[in-house]
Design a binder for this molecule. Structure first.
Ligand code: PXG
Length: 464
């Protein structure tokens, strides 16, 4: 049975959307004149819109549909749980089976030193939890001045005020400001910022900015460092190999908590359960969301190391929590999603099979005359567009102009590939097949060729 809204003409749906729906990260006035694309169905890696067009979703929604669309088991888990117990909270000394089962499963999957989870409804909420958690922890530890959190420019940690303050997106900070006590250092983006340095030297230099910041702020004032193992929304920035070991050394040497924001990297995206494992780091807290439920339900959380969980137990309440912390339906769906990931060996598939296959195809895109680098870890990849490969130069046009042209060619050619500035990014469902990867690459090449032809025709293929 079709949903009733699917019987309406696209133009009517778009008009109602334009009249009443404020979209995230969107100029709603501009969108109203254009009309939003209406997605009506999805199966596997394929989206269908209200006009019947099909597109290969190389973004897994918003980096989250790890097991692909259309898994009946997840719908059934939700329906079952809704009938049995649609809602109850986990405040006031109560709990319920889905929250118990999911927290137990997460403790099993997480690194050995991490055995507790504080649930939230999203990645943003979880990062807000982290701010309060680490500050509370240091107070309990008798070091109340350790309150500042160091984060990175061009990092993304969410859209609530706390999470956007941790993030390093200046366009967000300009609208609504930031909370106090967050300090940003530079990102390990060798391609754009490495100049003449080798990637290895640059990785060390950027990591040592953390040590300098700790020194400048005073070790007694710094609570934690937060970063994504591989930056996602910032453009899939893969750090040089020297970066993370040096960051770990610095956090250990200065008694700084390490928060790995695993919202994108977690649950198989990098070919391990967590991006921290791929990067060889030992975080004290891991932020999770997205792939935790493959996006079928909104749920996030903070995975918390034993030494923190133990320290804040038996010292009074942690005055924090959300109505939907550990929501039973979301938890039941997440648990079923983890069962699918585990039983179908999807993380191994990424590490040993489809990840290496995609990598070989993706890295070959670097041969295209407009591609300055192609990077990929597991199932998250990016290419940098450039008019001058040898010098990794940006275009003379405003950043994002060429990327946007390329994205439009992708969409019109049946491929959802996003742009961040002039980087094109992918993060497909982990269950994508080899045939579908071939289709993804074929469509990406067509879009690159069309973009290249278009910018040359308009005299835009020049360095700025
Ligand atoms: N941390 C990371 C690393 C994320 O990527 C969040 C936290 C926040 O999660 P919630 O569930 O509150 O959205 C994210 C979210 C983009 C884009 O344009 C990326 C995200 C969200 C919206 C847009 O790539 N990531």
């Amino acid at each position: 049975m079709n949903m009733i809204t699917n019987h309406m003409p696209t133009a009517e749906l778009q008009a109602l959307d334009a009249a009443h729906h404020m979209h995230p990260f969107t100029d709603n006035g501009e969108l109203a004149t254009k009309g939003a694309r209406v997605i009506t169905q999805a199966k596997g890696v394929t989206l269908t819109d209200s006009e019947g067009n099909q597109m290969l979703d190389a973004m897994a929604g918003l980096w989250c549909v790890n097991v692909g669309y259309g898994r009946d088991e997840l719908a059934e888990a939700a329906a079952r749980q809704m009938r049995e117990l649609p809602y109850y909270n986990t405040f006031f000394q109560t709990t319920h089976v889905p929250a118990i089962a999911l927290s137990t499963k997460l403790a099993e999957l997480a690194p050995d030193h991490i055995n507790n989870v504080f649930f939230a409804g999203s990645g943003s909420e979880a990062n807000d939890t982290n701010i309060r958690l680490v500050r509370h922890y240091w107070q309990v530890m008798g070091k109340p001045t350790k309150q500042t959190i160091i984060a990175r420019h061009n990092g993304y940690h969410g859209s609530t005020l706390g999470a956007s303050s941790l993030g390093g997106m200046s366009g967000m900070h300009a609208q609504g400001g930031v909370v106090s006590g967050v300090h940003h250092i530079d990102q390990p983006n060798w391609y754009s910022e490495g100049g003449d340095m080798s990637p290895e030297d640059f990785g060390l230099e950027r990591a040592r900015q953390l040590e300098k910041a700790i020194h400048d702020l005073g070790e007694d004032n710094v609570a934690a460092f937060i970063a994504e193992p591989v930056q996602g929304a910032g453009g899939v920035i893969v750090p040089p190999e020297t970066y993370w070991p040096e960051i770990q050394r610095i956090c250990d040497a200065h008694d700084i908590l390490l928060i790995a924001d695993e919202v994108i990297c977690g649950f198989g995206r990098t070919g391990r359960w967590f991006g921290s494992q791929t990067m060889g780091i030992r975080p004290d807290i891991m932020t999770i969301a997205k792939g935790l439920s493959s996006g079928y339900q909104p749920i996030g959380g903070s995975l918390v190391a034993d030494h923190i969980a133990d320290a804040i137990a038996n010292v009074g309440d942690f005055n924090h929590g959300y109505t939907y912390s550990g929501h039973p339906v979301a938890a039941a769906v997440a648990l079923e999603n983890l069962r699918i990931l585990e039983e179908e060996k999807i993380v191994d598939y990424v590490r040993d099979d489809i990840g290496p296959y995609l990598k070989s195809k993706w890295e070959a895109l670097a041969d295209h005359p407009m591609v300055g680098e192609a990077r990929i870890v597991g199932m998250m990849g990016s290419i940098a567009l450039t008019p001058d490969k040898a010098n990794r130069a940006p275009f003379a046009t405003d950043a994002g102009t060429v990327g946007y042209i390329c994205r439009e060619h992708c969409f019109n050619g049946g491929l959802v590939m996003r742009h961040v500035g002039d980087r094109m990014i992918i993060s497909p469902p982990l269950v994508i097949t080899r045939d579908e990867v071939n289709t993804l690459i074929d469509r990406a090449v067509i879009a690159l060729d069309k973009t290249y032809a278009e910018i040359k025709a308009h005299g835009m293929n020049v360095a700025g």
